[in-house]
Ligand binder design. Structure first.
Ligand SMILES: [Zn+2]
Length: 407
């Protein structure tokens, strides 16, 4: 898990699983956003036999992912993300396809055939369209600059390609996702295996390309470094609650610059390309609307991972500037699931606040009721359990609740 967290944080939310190794690509690498242009014509299809064979394999894997049970099947959300990619890449829009998969990790990837995979854990963490644009632009950059194929061709690096395909097949089979710890751990191992081969220059170029695309589409170019800063804070929060020092970079990832260095590089690049008076937008409202049907389900997946520091960091971020009952309830759940007796008052405080807010789910009343009973407040606890039953008349656990109420 230690390794994989690092892996997941190693790219701008991007393990970019397919991008593989890379001795320097065939073409020079640029980190100046203004110097970057696509290396692929719109409608590109490979003509060389080896690359064609690779695409055929990837096209099959893509078909499986498209049919996978953990694909988030929300045409409106898929259209929203697809349109954003299309707005940024212009004439190349038909060459890139984005699939959203329900896996509670901060990740995205780009395959050499233009198949992008965006994890629900990434969408959960973003606050607006500008941050989404930075991540999608980064992934698009890997494709348009032909990072993976250049590396693959140079090194015949079948290992990372096969790792990509095996992760793809695991997604397709629904073997991963859904937040169970074992499956996430095995996914993380696959990601770790396939990620460490990244070259920092390819990541740096993808960062720069993402900034360029997002800025040209009218998004605040500083969103990328802001998002990155939040990822660093999340990692620190996770370590803090586990009572550990921040994880040190693994040897496997020693080719990566530190997260801080990368954030600074993105900030500097944004300073350079930001145009005064341009009137950038962040698209926060449109983003919130697009995510609204899924956000709490994605958050529940994250909470099941049992990484309380990470979950609380995300909840606090979503609750800025306004707490909701739904978020307070989840805050209580994080403390309750941690199972530390010292957390019981914290869980109770969160549930108690949740039930005063209008959008708390009925389960908040139930959780509040049990927490109050445990704290010795019998009458108040029973009142909350009754409120739960009133709000959820067909509750599966009605019998058990009634039993408690009769004690
Ligand atoms: Zn990347």
């Amino acid at each position: 898990m230690t390794l994989s967290r690092r892996a997941v944080l190693a790219g701008l939310g991007c393990s970019c699983i397919a991008c593989g190794a890379g001795a320097r690509g065939v073409q020079p690498i640029h980190t100046d956003p203004t110097a970057l242009a696509p290396l692929l014509a719109p409608g590109f299809r490979p003509s060389d036999g080896d690359e064609r064979g690779l695409w055929q394999q990837l096209d099959r894997a893509e078909g499986d992912i498209a049919d996978s049970p953990i694909r988030v099947r929300d045409p409106a959300l898929e259209r929203y993300v697809g349109n954003l990619v299309g707005d940024m890449v212009g004439d190349n829009r038909r060459d890139l396809r984005c699939y959203i998969v329900r896996i509670p990790l901060m990740n995205a990837s780009m395959a050499p055939n233009g198949m992008m995979t965006l994890y629900s854990g990434a969408l959960l963490r973003m606050r607006d369209e500008a941050e989404l644009a930075a991540v999608l632009g980064h992934e698009s950059g890997h494709y348009l600059r032909r990072h993976s194929i250049a590396s693959w061709r140079q090194r015949r690096d079948a290992t990372s390609m096969m790792a990509f395909i095996s992760v793809g097949l695991a997604i397709a089979g629904g073997a991963i996702g859904g937040g169970t710890s074992g499956s996430v751990a095995s996914l993380n191992n696959s990601l770790a295996l396939s990620t460490f081969r990244y070259q920092r220059d390819q990541e740096a170029e993808a960062d720069a390309y993402g900034l360029k695309l997002a800025e040209a589409a009218g998004y605040q170019p500083h969103a990328a470094s802001r998002f990155w800063r939040s990822m660093i804070a999340e990692r620190d929060a996770s370590a803090r609650l586990r009572g550990k020092r921040r994880e040190q970079p693994s040897l496997l990832f020693s080719s990566h610059p530190s997260d801080e260095a990368r954030m600074t590089a993105m900030q500097d690049a944004a300073d350079r390309i930001a145009r005064p008076g341009r009137g950038y937008r962040d698209g926060a409202t449109a983003y919130a609307d697009a995510l609204a049907p899924h956000r709490m389900a994605f958050l529940d997946d994250e909470i099941k991972r049992n990484d309380p520091g990470t979950s609380l960091h995300i909840i606090n971020s979503l609750a800025t500037p306004t707490w909701t009952g739904a978020l307070r309830y989840r805050e209580g759940e994080v403390y309750r699931l941690r199972g530390d007796p010292g957390d019981e008052p914290l869980a109770l405080a969160a549930y108690t606040q949740a039930v005063t807010l209008s959008d708390a789910p009925p389960e908040a009343n139930r959780a509040c009721g049990y927490a109050l009973l445990k704290a010795g407040s019998g009458a108040e606890g029973k009142a909350q359990l009754q409120a739960y039953l009133a709000r959820r008349p067909d509750a599966d656990d009605r019998g058990m609740i009634a039993f408690t109420l009769n004690q």
